[in-house]
Design a protein. Structure first.
Length: 233
């Protein structure tokens, strides 16, 4: 199945935010995925696009958001991480609003796939009732978020046991939080993997994401999205 990419944009905080809209097939209305990259941005790490293409090949409309455009950065540094987190979060909320207005998107079937910093943003943004599933790739628990006890959707946690950037304790803490709140979730820890998956772990994670999306973002008849799992990337 052919996967295509279209460059789009929306406005957030008087700033133009670039979007890579990645999809396969026609113009029909489908469930969509809001994808949030990590702090390294999109200029040097091509794996974000590889994952987005795999999700699109499985039948989802994927919107890879350049949220760092909001603060005119190509990557997020420790020096700016705390001061810019809220503007980025606002941009993610604006992205959800913008996506919901796209005629090819079913606004009631939106999932968020967040990686590292993107997972932290996704954890907060997923309090929006339009979000039906959240996937958190090796993300930190965001700063003071859960004192407000936001709504959390069904969540898939993926983390490397040897992560030296975001310790795996973050995954276990999120697992415990979701358990306390009786939120449907799954967790998978990859032995031998650090901050970023490689080889078979990367391919396995992609398949787990698609299976989770199929379960929690079914089509109008109640059946999962019917599309083959992607090959290894």
């Amino acid at each position: 199945m052919t996967v295509t990419t279209q460059k789009l944009s929306f406005s957030s905080g008087d700033t133009t935010i670039l979007v890579e809209a990645i999809a396969s097939g026609g113009e029909d209305r489908r469930p969509a995925v809001l994808m949030l990259h990590g702090a390294d941005g999109l200029k040097v790490n091509t794996r974000y696009r590889e994952g987005a293409h795999a999700f699109a090949a499985a039948g989802y409309r994927v919107y890879l958001i350049h949220y760092l455009d909001r603060t005119e950065e190509w990557h997020a540094s420790l020096a700016t991480l705390f001061q810019n987190f809220n503007p980025w979060l606002e941009t993610v909320g604006d992205a959800l609003d913008w996506m919901s207005q796209q005629p090819e998107v079913d606004a009631e079937r939106i999932g968020i796939v967040g990686v590292s910093l993107g997972a932290a943003l996704g954890l907060i943004a997923s309090s929006d009732p339009r979000v039906k599933a959240l996937i958190a790739y090796y993300g930190p628990l965001p700063f003071g978020t859960f004192t407000r006890e936001p709504r959390l959707p069904p969540t898939l946690i993926l983390h490397g046991a040897l992560d030296a950037v975001v310790p795996v304790a973050n995954a276990y803490a999120l697992d415990a939080l979701l358990t306390r709140r009786a939120v449907t979730h799954d967790i998978h820890i990859y032995p031998g993997q650090g901050h970023g998956f490689r080889g078979k772990a990367q391919a396995d994670a992609i398949q787990r994401v698609i299976a989770f999306l199929r379960t929690h973002m079914p089509d109008d008849t109640g059946s999962p999205v019917n599309s083959p799992l992607p090959v290894e990337v």
